[in-house]
Ligand binder design. Structure first.
Ligand code: MN
Length: 209
């Protein structure tokens, strides 16, 4: 059994239509995400071999491949859970209160997240993260799958801004895709991730926030 496996979706490929087409979902999950899982496992195998052979000449490339593919696996796994058919609207409870506290209002938060997605140069992600030292929510613009993410930050809610996430359906109108996902958010999933992340204690700060 390889260390990482492709998780099943909680819904059918076509269940997020019309906002995300079934064709995109099938390719995105079955080809792109599956590729990151496969390559994370392949890279771990090559690291095993490198240790066994005591041949570390390709180590930098292997570490970069591991960060890219494993981060791709993790971000896609979160993205699928963040979405649901007939989702959207607004969060309530503790998630809503914390978004208001750290971004001023839900509208300011959603505007910033969409802009962060839209202004990525090249491939990347927009992510709402829990920063466990300052004990606050932040929005991060991630390049590829792994660069520019604050260490220790826990991704709670992510938007895939790679062209493969929207191009077949939205072509170059990526802003329409970044609006469309707001009909699909599973706020219960995102609130659960915040609740779990809040329990992280890095032992670097005094007192709860
Ligand atoms: Mn993707």
């Amino acid at each position: 059994m390889p260390p990482y496996t492709l998780p099943d979706l909680d819904y059918d490929f076509g269940a997020l239509e019309p906002h995300i087409s079934g064709t995109i979902m099938e390719l995105h999950h079955g080809q792109h995400h599956a590729g990151y899982v496969k390559n994370a496992n392949v890279t771990l195998g090559r690291l095993d071999e490198a240790r066994a052979m005591e041949d570390f000449t390709r180590l930098a490339a292997l570490e970069r491949a591991l960060a890219f593919n494993l981060s791709g696996h993790i971000l896609h796994s979160i993205f699928w859970k963040n979405l649901m058919p007939k989702g959207g609207d607004r969060p309530d409870g503790e998630l809503a209160r914390t978004l208001d506290r750290d971004f001023g209002s839900f509208d300011k938060f959603s505007r910033q997240l969409k802009e962060v997605a839209a202004t990525i140069m090249g491939s990347g992600w927009a992510a709402l993260i829990w920063e466990p030292i300052g004990k606050r929510l932040l929005i991060t613009q991630i390049y590829d799958h792994q660069s520019n993410l604050s260490q220790g930050g826990v991704p709670l809610m992510v938007i895939d801004a790679w062209e493969h996430a929207y191009y077949l359906q939205y072509r170059n109108r990526k802003g329409e895709f970044f609006e469309a996902v707001w009909h699909l958010w599973n706020w219960k999933d995102i609130a659960g991730r915040l609740e779990a992340a809040r329990k992280l204690d890095f032992g670097l700060t005094a007192g709860p926030r």
